[in-house]
Design a binder for this molecule. Sequence first.
Ligand code: MV4
Length: 529
Amino acid sequence: MFKKILIANRGEIAIRILRACRELGVGAVAVFSEADRASLHVRLADEAYPIGPSPSRESYLRIDKLMDVARRADCDALHPGYGFLAENPELARACLAAGITFIGPAAEAMEQMGSKTAARQLARRAGVPTVPGVVEPIEGLEKASQLARDTGFPVLLKAVAGGGGKGMRLVTGEAELPAAWRDASSEALNAFGDPRLYIEKYLDRPRHIEIQILADQHGHIVYLGERECSVQRRHQKVIEEAPSPVMDAPLRRAMGEAAVKLARAGGYTNAGTVEFLVDAARNFYFLEVNTRLQVEHPVTEAITGLDLVKLQVRIAAGEPLPFVQEDVALRGHAIECRLYAEDPDNNFFPSPGTILARRVPSGPGIRLDDGVYPGWTVPTEYDPLLGKLIAWGADRGEALARMRRALEEYYVSGIRTNAGLFRRILADAEFARGEIHTRWLDEWLKAPAAATESGSARSPRSAAGVAGAKSEQAAGRQGSVEDAALLAAALWHLSKNGSSSIEGSAAEKPESRWKLEGRRAQLDRAPGR
Ligand code: MV4
C-alpha cells in the first residue's frame, strides 16, 4: 500500500478521496490555489501545499506544480479526482516518469478513449453496439454531406475530441449542414484544440445510462450495475440514480457484459464508466468511456456496499479485486442531487458568496458529500458545486421519500442554491414514475405554469411548486433567527482568529501536527456545526 497520496483536486471530491486515505491508513496531501486557502479540503488534509493563483490554468491544471509538490512531499501516488486533469494522459505520463503511481488507467487507455472515433472503433471491434454513423474523423464538408446522406437525417455532428456536448450540432436536413459544420468545427477547435468532427445518427429522447466498471491489473474486470443519468441540463447532470427505472436483469447483464468486453479490448484498468444511450425500445448503444471516478459514484456505492475510491487505490497499488462478478449484489435504490450555489430562478446564474448558516440533513439512508462550512466563501473561480446529497432506500419509492425529507431538512443561507428546484422535481408525477429522458429537464423547465397534459403535474411553479414553496418558507422563517445568531458567532470567530492568519502559514512548509489539530479544533467550533 502507498504511504502518501497527493490529491490533485479541490472541494467535495478532494475530501471524498481524503476520507478513503484515512480509512486505508495512507497519508493525504492537499494542494490549493489562492482562492482555496481556507477551503475544507485544505483543513482536513495531513499536509497542504499552495500551487498558485486562483485561475485553474495557473494552479489545478499545472502538471509541473503538482509533480513538484508530489516530489517535495514524498508522495508515492496521485489521485486526480474528476474534472481538471483527471482525463489528461499527460498527467498520467508525468507521474510514470516521476515514479509516482497515477490512480487511474494507463495514459494509452485514456488517449484511446479521449478520441471518440477511436473509442467507437474499439467498441465495434469488441462487438459492442454503437450508434449508427461513421468511425473515422471526416475530412471536410463535401465528405460530411455524403456521409450524412448515407447515415440518414437527422444526424448529429460530434467533435472527435469531444464529450460533454461541446462541438455537437443537430442537423435535420442537408440545407443546415454547412452552417452546422462550421459552428461545430470552430467550437471544437476552441474547446479542445481539435476541429475534427464525425457523424452519428440522431436518437430522439434517449436515456443516458452508464455502467460502472472496475478492472484490476491482473485481468479481472467487473461491472457494478448502472446509473440512470438522464436528468441533465445543458449536458450537466442534475439528478442521478441507481438502478435505472427501466432496467431489468437481462438488460443489465447485456450492458454490463458489453462494458466489460470493451474494457478488456482496450486494456483498461482501474475504475471507469461506459456510457450508453438507451432508446424507448430499450436498445442500447455505446456512447463513450469516462476514464475517471465520476461525480455520481456514491449512488453505485450505496446499492453495492462498495467503496469505489478505496478500491481505486487498492487496484493502483497492484492488489487483485477482492471479489468476482457473482459476488456483486445490488440492494435497494439510491438517488443523488447535485447541490449548486446557483439561482434556478435567474437562469441558473452562479451564486458565489459567503455561507452564513447551514443545516445538514441526516438520518436513515442519507449521505451528504460536500466541501463547505459556514463562514466559508464559495469562490467565483470554479464550478459552484457545493456537494451531493444521496438518499438510499429499500426501493425507489423509499429512496425518493427520503430525498424529499432530506431536502426539507437542508438549509443554507448567504448564497442561493438549487435545493428548491430539487424539491419541485421530486414532487413531479412524471419524475416519480421514472418517465425521464435526456431532454426531460429542459422541457420540464420550459413547461408553462398550468400545463398538465399527459396527466402529470409537470409544472415547476404551480401545483408541484406549492409543496416546495411551503417548506422553503418554513425553512426561511426558522432561518432568519438562526442567521442572526450564526452571523454573530461567525463575526466573533473571525475576530478571534483572523480569517487569513489561519491559513497564512500554509504557504511554505507542510503543517505540523499540532497546527493541524488546532485547525481541526477550530473547525469543530465553527458556527452551525
Ligand atoms: C447523442 C444524442 C442523441 N443521439 N448521440 C450529449 C453529450 C454527449 N456525451 C452525447 N450526447 C448526446 N449524444 C446521438 N447519436 C443525445 C445526446 C444528448 C445527451 C446525452 C446524454 C445526456 C444528456 C443529453 C442531452 C442532450 C443530448
